[in-house]
Ligand binder design. Sequence first.
Ligand code: GLY
Ligand code: MN
Ligand code: MN
Length: 445
Amino acid sequence: MRAGEFSKRRQRLLAMLDADSIAILPAAPARTRSRDVEHPYRPDSDFYYLSGFPEPEAIAVLVPGRRQGQFILFCRERDPEMETWNGRRAGLAGAVERYGADDAFPIADVDDILPGLMENKERVYYSMGTHPELDQRMIEWLNRVRQKARAGIHAPGEFISLDHLLHEMRLIKSAAEIQAMKKAAKVSAAAHCRAMQACRPGMMEYQLEAELLHHFMVNGCRHPAYPAIVGGGENGCILHYTENESELNDGDLLLIDAGGEYDNYAADITRTFPVNGTFTAAQKALYEVVLKAQYAAIEQVQPGKHWNAPHLAAVKALTKGLIKLGILKGTPAKLVKEEAYRRFYMHRTGHWLGMDVHDVGDYKVDGQWRELEPGMVLTVEPGLYIPAGSKGVAKKWWGMGIRIEDDVRVTRTGHEVLSSGVPKEVDAIEALMAGETQRRRRPVA
Ligand code: GLY
Ligand code: MN
Ligand code: MN
């Protein structure tokens, strides 16, 4: 993403901040995986959204109306020896030249400089509780300013979370963000195709996870947006199954929920398909109930419709389908009202999608479901889960976990499915998997 994109975001936010205020956003800390090994570093989404700065140990400060410049970045200084061991740093000059900071100061000096920037401000925009390691220091900085009262210096009296303003901005995606999300969705859809083509009975779930991760990384999605769920048979009924270490059985369905992250934007796609490439009659019947529900829900993704409209459409369609298959008994209206579907469909039909998989943004405004607007991106992901032993349900449905999830952008006239690069119709899935019969016949190594 170009530097201009971040600068535009800062200008928009600065215009919304009160004149006598200061906004403080810390970078995410590096996190330990074990002993002295760290997890791959992932910037804090809010911090990165405004700064584009990819390093830890940094704090972004916005000061509306500051004469010497409104964007200040505290970051690590260049250090040839540290950089030899741990990688390059932008340093103070880089923060100004490459990341558009008006001023850059060493992070080591933040305790001396930041209280001065807070002097004579009325309010501080800072999200308490998100970075506990910084909350305590924030109080110390505030007390430093309070101690100067006798010198006629006024300390801020209000702390306000920046979340509301910033997350409303993040909810409506810019053209550049949509480009990044399209790339994440395109690569992820192709990764799902690759997994379908590689799948055959006897493989391990993690071997398909490897196919997905390989495709993500080769195509510039350096990390999965969340741990991939690769659940064969019964495992598909565990919503957040991530062990991925069972063998895939002939005759079972396989549920894969996986998405890559591109330039810190997520894709989130689920497909469910038969391990051996051909749906049984029962699998096809249940699958088509979910598919119909998903189409009905996607149809509701239009500007002016409210957030809950896709979910309502999905639960209606799922309930009707379950009645038709004899899994639920009663009238659709009554069963929907009683939420009888919840036994088999216990999650909601989607969530906002963006830099975070479960992205930020309110779902209700003034107590009412909010209206969909162009630029919002959401997932549509109905499912049905019938684990073995489900009482009162015919055995032929047991062991099926089905979810179909796409990433959908609200446009001015309706919607666009960003993840359409992987098939979801029964025939199309079977055709894609059959195209690889030669490979699938090969014995497992
Ligand atoms: N992969 C998490 C979700 O679908 O919400
Ligand atoms: Mn998902
Ligand atoms: Mn999802």
